[in-house]
Design a protein around this ligand. Structure first.
Ligand code: NAD
Length: 488
């Protein structure tokens, strides 16, 4: 490893650091990996490829950084988080452009909403720690007080599909709680994290409070989660990877949270505003379906199936596939050729199994775009119903009554999100209570207050993030009990 000023590369006119940030310095690696753009599969940058030595150095830096960062007062920590949020807002358009080039996210969405949401993650947690009061009560001649202690270095591992927003979402509570962090972004979209790392330096974080390690999950990611000096692991990604990380966490008795995949039911009752529901159903193709929360299983009351389908096609036909830099584009390419092939594999196997492809079902030649696809499965056991595809592929099934709707909604191993479309308040409450999912939206989608709990049931995850839930996870919680006499 070589410590220096750090290597930078020009990405669409933005200068991006392509090394690790360890202990406040840019650190390179002998090996590099390349990142390419989903638009035309153009080469964007060569990034430092971390190894065991990188992981070791990053954890050592985080151990030192923890001493400094956890000694900051709550007010000092909150100020640093607000400064970081200010800097994110100031670099809004650069972050948006780099993310669009690297991952294919729609530029307008990034520019108008998602970078700002990233900044808001830091502000929300700055405010939460400032407003927090230890709960205190008297019982059995004792004064009891519950305190949060920063837990230690935390490894934060993020996926490729919404890299900037998800990174800020996971980093903010870890840092706010007083933990130092080692952030390992996904190798398919590593660039916006590099800009964020640079901003932590500008925001005056002490060396080692925030460390960025770039590289391949099975290599440096695996080394990081296996290190016994790490005291928290927080992961967003696939259930398959979570199983590996869970084993490493268990070996060191380290708490870990896992935000994993989804197979959300999108339940439409006959009394729903059908056009609103069909419009929203077509928008489950947003981000080319690379959304863990998407309602990918359309479950529709049998008596409205035809009318719903007609309206769905109408809205899906209006979606514009194109370059994510173009404001007219609704649907961007998939993030990676391997992922396009994986998505198409699901559709090919569905055809072979006798499922009916009602629309789409093909990659678009010469690009990473995939046609928005709807499949009517022969059975609820079909692979396309039971497994997360993570592409623009929805299934359509019907139900006879509310009981069947609930049974179908709960019939996969996942349980991240659900959507219910109905005009009836009592049905919304009844079905909402019966559906096994961490997040249930009724007649809307995606809107969520950052202080609300977030997480999944079943193989969709372990633990809850958001608001105080994430702060509790990142803390060692202590009960301080003082005999009443002591206070006299
Ligand atoms: P992934 O599991 O392949 O990779 C996620 C991260 O884990 C990457 O940074 C990767 O490098 C790292 N990694 C891989 N193997 C590792 C190992 N052995 N040890 C340590 N780290 C390792 O997931 P992905 O393909 O990047 O992301 C897509 C998945 O993420 C989908 O299943 C999606 O539903 C899920 N997701 C969930 C949420 C949520 O909040 N529930 C949000 C976004 C994405």
């Amino acid at each position: 490893m070589k410590i220096g000023m750090g290597t930078r590369q020009d990405v669409g006119g933005v200068s991006v650091p392509v090394d690790h940030l360890i202990g406040g310095s840019w650190v390179s690696s002998p090996q590099r990996f390349e990142t390419r753009s989903p638009m035309g599969w153009e080469h964007l940058a060569d990034i430092a490829r971390g190894d065991d030595a990188t992981a070791d150095a990053a954890v050592a830096a985080a151990v030192e950084g923890f001493e400094a960062w956890s000694a900051f007062s709550v007010g000092e920590r909150a100020d640093a988080l607000h400064r970081l949020a200010d800097l994110i807002e100031a670099r809004n358009d650069d972050i948006a452009l780099v993310e669009t080039l690297d991952m294919g996210f729609l530029y307008e969405s990034m520019k108008q909403r998602l970078v700002a949401r990233g900044a808001l993650n830091f502000r929300t947690y700055a405010d939460l720690i400032t407003e927090h009061e230890n709960s205190t009560w008297d019982a059995k001649s004792m004064r009891n007080q519950v305190q949060r202690m920063p837990a230690g270095p935390a490894v934060v591992i993020t996926p490729w599909n919404a890299p900037f927003m998800l990174s800020t979402w996971k980093l903010a509570p870890a840092l706010a709680a007083g933990n130092s962090v080692i952030h390992k972004p996904a190798e398919w979209s590593p660039l916006s994290a590099a800009l964020l790392a640079e901003l932590t330096l500008e925001a005056g974080f002490p060396p080692g409070a925030y460390n960025l390690v770039q590289g391949i999950g099975e290599e440096v990611g695996a080394a990081l989660v296996a290190d016994p000096r790490v005291r928290r692991i927080t992961f967003t990604g696939s259930p398959e990877t979570a199983r590996h990380i869970g084993r490493a966490a268990a070996a060191n008795i380290v708490p870990f949270t896992a935000e994993l995949g989804g197979k959300g039911p999108f339940v439409v009752f006959a009394d729903a505003d059908l056009d609103a529901a069909a419009h929203r159903a077509a928008w489950q193709f947003d981000d080319s379906g690379q959304v863990c929360l998407a309602g990918t299983r359309l479950l529709v009351a049998a008596e409205i199936r035809d009318e719903f389908l007609e309206r769905f096609h109408h809205h899906a036909d209006a979606l514009v596939l194109g370059d994510p830099r173009d404001p007219a584009t609704d649907i961007a390419p998939l993030a990676h050729p391997d992922h396009r092939d994986r998505v198409h594999g699901f559709v090919e196997r569905a055809r072979e199994a006798g499922d009916i492809v009602v629309r789409g079902g093909q990659p678009i030649d010469g690009s990473l775009h995939y046609q928005p696809t709807l499949i009517e499965p022969v059975s609820n056991d079909s692979e396309v119903v039971q497994r997360e595809i993570f592409g623009p592929v929805l299934t359509l099934q019907t139900f006879a009554d509310e009981a069947e709707a609930i049974a179908l909604a709960n019939s996969t191993d996942y349980g991240l999100s659900a959507q219910i479309w109905t005009a009836s308040q009592s049905r919304a409450e009844r079905v909402g209570a019966a559906v096994r999912a961490g997040l249930v939206w009724v007649n809307t989608f995606l809107v969520r207050d950052l202080t609300a709990p977030f997480g999944g049931c079943g193989i969709s995850g372990i633990g809850r993030e958001g608001g105080d839930y994430a702060l509790d996870f990142h803390s060692d919680i202590k009960t301080l009990m003082i005999l009443d006499d002591t206070t006299k």
